[in-house]
Design a binder for this molecule. Structure first.
Ligand SMILES: C[S@@+](CC[C@H](N)C(=O)[O-])C[C@H]1O[C@@H](n2cnc3c(N)ncnc32)[C@H](O)[C@@H]1O
Length: 410
C-alpha cells in the first residue's frame, strides 16, 4: 500500500507547482511560518544567530520547505533544512524551486519519514498533509517525535473530519466505479462523477472543499487517494500523546475557541469549566467547518511554556501585513471584517486599536507602545485594551510576539 501512495505522488506530485513562479511570489502558510515557529515553539525567544536545523517530513513539491528556507536565508543565521519525501518527482519540483531562488540551505533526501531519526535531531519538524496518508499514522507521529532535538517542536497538519464532509462519500463511490486502471482513466471517471453530483450531495454542498474543481493532481489527491483518514480534535490529541508530544496551539486559535461564537453568559460559564483540549473539541463540533487541523506540539517532557505571552518587553509583530493598513481597514464602528479558513466575521476591536496598530512595527515592545499612547489611556485601560486587541488578532493568526532573550544570570 505504501507503494500505491508513492506511485501517486510520482505520477502526480501535489500540490502542482511551477518553479518559474518563484520569481514572482513566495507562498506563505501554516504550519512553519518562521514567526509562528518562534512564537509557538520557542516562546518568541529563539536566537536565530545560533545554528538551527529543521526537517520537512513529506516535503512534497516544497511549499513549507521553500517558505522556511527563504525566511531563514533572509535572516542570515546558520540554518540547515532537511527535506524528506518518498516521491522523487515531487523532490525534483522542490529542488527546481530552491534553485530558482538560489537557496543553498537545503539538504534533499528521498525516503520515509518513519526513518526520520536517521537524518539527525532537528530543532523543528514540519509535517503538513502527510501523516493521514500513512498505514500507521501513530508510528509516524512517534518517528517524528523521536527525531526532535531536546527543546524542539513540531508543526503538523492533518485532515479535519467535519470540514471534509462529502469527500469520503465521493471516495467510496469512486472505489465502486473508477476501476484500477491507469490514473488518467480514473481521473476522467471522477470528473464525470463530480459533474453528476446532485444538489443534495454533501461534497457539492460543502463550500470548504474545492480541489475536485482543480487540476488533476488536486482532484486525484482529494477523491482517488489510496489512503487517507481524517481526525477530530480528541483523536489528534490522543495521537500526539501516544507519541510523547503535547499540543500547545491550534491554528487559527479563534477557530478552536467556543467563545468566538458563543456570547451567552450561562453557556460561557459552563464552557469555562472544560479543559483547553475539551474547549477545542467543542469548538470543532460547534463551528463544523474545519477541514484541516494545524497544530504545534512539543515533547511532553519539555519544561516551561513554549508559547510566547504578552508582557511589557514582548514585541508584537503583524504576520505578513502592515499595522497602518490594518488600522485603516477598521470601520468607524470599531469592526474589522475578516475571512479565512472557515471564519468570516466582524471582529470588534477596542477603541485604541487603530492607534496601537499604527505603532506595531515589529520593533517596539508593548511597554514602548504604551508610552507612546501616553495620556490617551490609563495603564489599566491600555492593558485591558491591548489584551483584547491581542486576543482578537492572535486568534486569527495575524499577531504574534517576539520576546527578548532572558537577561544573563548574574
Ligand atoms: C499531500 S502531499 C503534501 C506535501 C507537502 N507537505 C505540502 O504540504 O505541500 C503528501 C506528501 O507526503 C509524501 N509521503 C507520503 N507518505 C510518506 C512517508 N511515509 N514518508 C515520506 N513522505 C511521504 C508524499 O510523497 C507526498 O509528497
Amino acid at each position: 500500500m505504501a507503494d500505491r501512495v508513492r506511485e501517486q505522488y510520482e505520477d502526480l506530485p501535489y500540490p502542482a507547482r511551477d518553479p518559474a513562479d518563484e520569481t514572482k511570489r513566495l507562498i506563505l502558510g501554516s504550519p512553519s511560518h518562521i514567526l509562528e515557529i518562534d512564537h509557538y515553539v520557542f516562546a518568541g525567544r529563539r536566537d536565530w544567530s545560533r545554528p538551527f536545523r529543521a526537517l520537512v517530513a513529506g516535503g512534497g513539491t516544497g511549499d513549507a520547505l521553500i517558505m522556511l528556507a527563504q525566511q531563514l536565508a533572509d535572516r542570515g543565521g546558520p540554518a540547515e533544512i532537511h527535506y524528506l519525501d518518498l516521491s522523487t518527482a515531487s523532490r525534483r519540483v522542490a529542488e527546481a524551486r530552491a534553485k530558482t531562488r538560489g537557496l543553498t540551505n537545503i539538504v534533499f533526501h528521498t525516503g520515509s519519514l518513519l526513518d526520520a531519526a536517521k537524518f539527525g535531531p532537528s530543532d523543528y519538524i514540519d509535517c503538513c498533509g502527510v501523516l493521514h496518508h500513512l498505514a500507521d499514522p501513530a508510528a509516524g507521529f512517534r518517528a517524528l517525535a523521536a527525531a526532535l532535538a531536546p527543546g524542539g517542536g513540531i508543526g503538523v497538519m492533518v485532515y479535519g473530519e467535519l470540514g471534509r464532509i462529502g469527500v469520503y462519500h465521493a471516495q467510496a463511490m469512486l472505489r465502486m466505479i473508477a476501476g484500477d486502471g491507469p490514473n488518467a482513466g480514473r481521473i476522467a471517471v471522477a470528473r464525470k462523477l463530480v459533474e453528476a453530483l446532485p444538489p443534495t450531495n454533501w461534497l457539492r454542498r460543502n463550500p470548504a472543499i474545492a480541489d475536485h474543481k482543480g487540476d488533476d493532481a488536486a482532484l486525484f489527491d482529494l477523491l482517488l487517494h489510496s489512503r487517507d483518514r481524517a481526525y477530530r480534535v480528541p483523536e489528534l490529541a490522543a495521537e500526539l500523546e501516544q507519541a510523547g508530544l503535547r499540543p500547545v496551539a491550534f491554528i487559527e486559535p479563534a477557530l478552536y475557541d467556543p467563545d468566538t461564537w458563543i456570547r451567552e453568559p450561562a453557556l460561557r460559564k459552563r464552557l469555562a469549566d472544560l479543559s483547553w483540549i475539551e474547549r477545542c473539541a467543542f469548538a470543532e463540533l460547534l463551528g463544523g467547518g474545519l477541514r484541516k487541523h494545524i497544530v504545534y506540539a512539543v515533547p511532553a517532557a519539555r519544561d516551561g511554556d513554549p508559547v510566547a505571552r504578552p508582557g511589557p518587553e514582548a514585541v508584537p509583530i503583524l504576520k505578513d501585513m502592515d499595522g497602518m493598513a490594518m488600522a485603516s481597514a477598521i470601520g468607524r464602528d470599531g469592526i474589522l471584517q475578516v475571512s479565512g479558513e472557515g471564519l468570516s466575521m466582524g471582529l470588534r476591536l477596542p477603541p485604541l486599536a487603530p492607534r496601537t496598530l499604527r505603532l506595531i512595527d515589529g520593533k517596539r515592545g508593548i511597554a514602548e507602545i504604551r508610552a507612546e499612547i501616553g495620556l490617551k489611556a490609563t495603564d489599566e485601560d491600555f492593558r485591558r485594551q491591548f489584551a483584547a486587541l491581542y486576543g482578537a488578532l492572535n486568534g486569527i493568526n495575524r499577531l504574534l510576539l517576539r520576546c527578548p532573550p532572558p537577561a544573563p544570570a548574574a
